[in-house]
Design a protein around this ligand. Structure first.
Ligand code: HEC
Ligand code: HEC
Length: 388
């Protein structure tokens, strides 16, 4: 039965994928696969997901039985990115539980192999993942490759420069100073901006709200309605009209980094250990890379511009049972606002999708109601349809 007032699920999914809401789009895809599930079932099933295991929630789980149900899709994303494929490479459209494709059956064997490798050789630490062998391809390469061109001489940094790597403490202090310094930062408790989000060649208006100490909301005004990404200080969520996805603990940990209002101050205490390396060039500029680590959490990679001291790239990870899903955020167009240096443009990229937000103007210390950051309440049960 067609409902002419709604855009088709396919179109809605494509819009969400384009908007970078990959996880959310996948959850909608799976809900759509359970044909009779009414729209509002998504919100309630994801709310319960936290307590269920994968084998309880899904129909045909043989290997990943004991993982929390809300980690199954992130694990699937990890596999998909590791092999450089789409879900359809292993799954029949709209029937994820079916074992019709040989690749899905192989993938199960591969999971068992990966677990055995780690158990037998790495004391059960997840050192080898699908990506270690596949590196973004279906068929891993087992023979050294002969390069088509003559090897370029290794670009070696002069020894003097190597020896002169600053300490993490120096880089983080310089970053805090460049961002405006702690006293100026602490004078600000909220900020809002209007801007434009660009993805796949189209642009839509976007609003960003942030409030101390760790609340954040962005609202993309898509043709199909508003799409929101929020974090209320405890819980992250994604929503489109009538549907909400509550983030898993691993996703919450990742989004809480973006929501940290005093990030340049807090970064030193968020992690236990830091290491400094020469970072790759970003936008043609050299960088210093600071890697933050702490027990029981994925690392954080921060790339700083050596001259300005400002943060130009952040790479964070969401843990999944099979490996880590990376998110890379590049910050640019820093401008002075109320004694602070704020990025006016950032690009958020994940394997397979990216979008850029350009802010027109940051406004600071504006009244923003706490309620704005809370996930929308579950929609009321739908009215019975005539004739059904
Ligand atoms: C390389 C193969 C492969 C790819 C690519 C893949 N999956 Fe899977 N998927 C599997 C395997 C294998 C299982 C079963 C796991 C088990 O038995 O423990 C599974 C199970 C599932 C299930 C559970 C179905 C049920 O009810 O039993 C869902 C849902 C799912 N995948 C979604 C996805 C989505 C969404 C994507 C794309 C992001 C994806 N998968 C990509 C191999 C794959
Ligand atoms: C130790 C290395 C290694 C790891 C780890 C590994 N694979 Fe593989 N995988 C291979 C090799 C080698 C092949 C190719 C076998 C062949 O060509 O017959 C392969 C083939 C596959 C295929 C079949 C490809 C095709 O075209 O038929 C799938 C699907 C697959 N792997 C999924 C996975 C998944 C999912 C993971 C992680 C859970 C994983 N692999 C981890 C080495 C690995």
């Amino acid at each position: 039965m067609k409902e002419p007032s709604h855009s088709s699920p396919g179109a809605r999914l494509r819009a969400l994928f384009a908007a970078g809401l990959l996880v959310f789009a996948l959850i909608l895809a799976i809900a759509a696969a359970h044909a009779q599930a009414p729209d509002h079932a998504v919100a309630s099933s994801s709310a319960q997901a936290a307590t269920k295991t994968a084998v309880e929630q899904f129909k045909n789980i043989q290997v990943l039985k004991d993982i929390p149900a809300d980690q199954l899709i992130p694990a699937m994303q990890f596999i998909t990115a590791s092999l450089g494929v789409e879900c359809e490479y292993c799954h029949v459209h709209d029937a994820f539980d079916k074992d019709e494709k040989k690749t899905k059956v192989t993938a199960r064997k591969m999971m068992l192999m990966m677990m055995a490798i780690n158990k037998d050789n790495f004391e059960g630490h997840r050192e080898v993942t699908c990506y270690s062998c596949h590196r973004g391809a279906r068929d891993p390469v087992s023979t050294p490759i002969i390069s088509a061109e003559e090897a370029a001489p290794e670009e070696e940094a002069p020894n003097a420069e190597k020896a002169a790597l600053p300490t993490a403490e120096q880089l983080l202090d310089k970053y805090l100073a460049a961002a405006g310094g702690a006293p100026a930062l602490q004078k600000i408790t909220s900020r809002v901006a209007k801007g434009t989000a660009t993805f796949g060649g189209q642009s839509v208006p976007v609003d960003v709200y942030a409030k101390a100490p760790d609340k954040r909301l962005s609202v993309m005004h898509l043709k199909s309605g508003e799409s929101l990404t929020g974090y209320d200080g405890h819980q992250g969520w994604l929503s489109v009209p009538g549907r909400t996805h509550m983030m898993s603990p691993a996703e919450n940990a990742a989004i809480s980094i973006d929501a940290d209002f005093y990030f340049p101050i807090d970064i030193k205490t968020r992690y236990e250990k830091f290491r400094v390396e020469t970072g790759e060039k970003i936008d043609g500029h050299d960088t210093y890379l600071v890697i933050g680590r702490k027990e029981g959490a994925p690392p954080l990679r921060l790339y700083f511009n050596p001259q300005s001291g400002l943060l130009v790239r952040l790479v964070r990870y969401a843990e999944t049972p099979l490996g880590r899903n990376p998110t890379q955020i590049d910050y640019a167009d820093y401008r002075a606002v109320d004694g602070l240096k704020m990025p006016y443009r950032w690009t958020l990229a994940r394997p397979g999708n990216r979008f850029t937000i350009q802010v027109a103007q940051w406004q600071q210390n504006v009244d923003v109601d706490d309620a704005k950051f809370a996930p929308p309440p579950p929609p009321p049960p739908p009215a019975p349809k005539p004739g059904s």
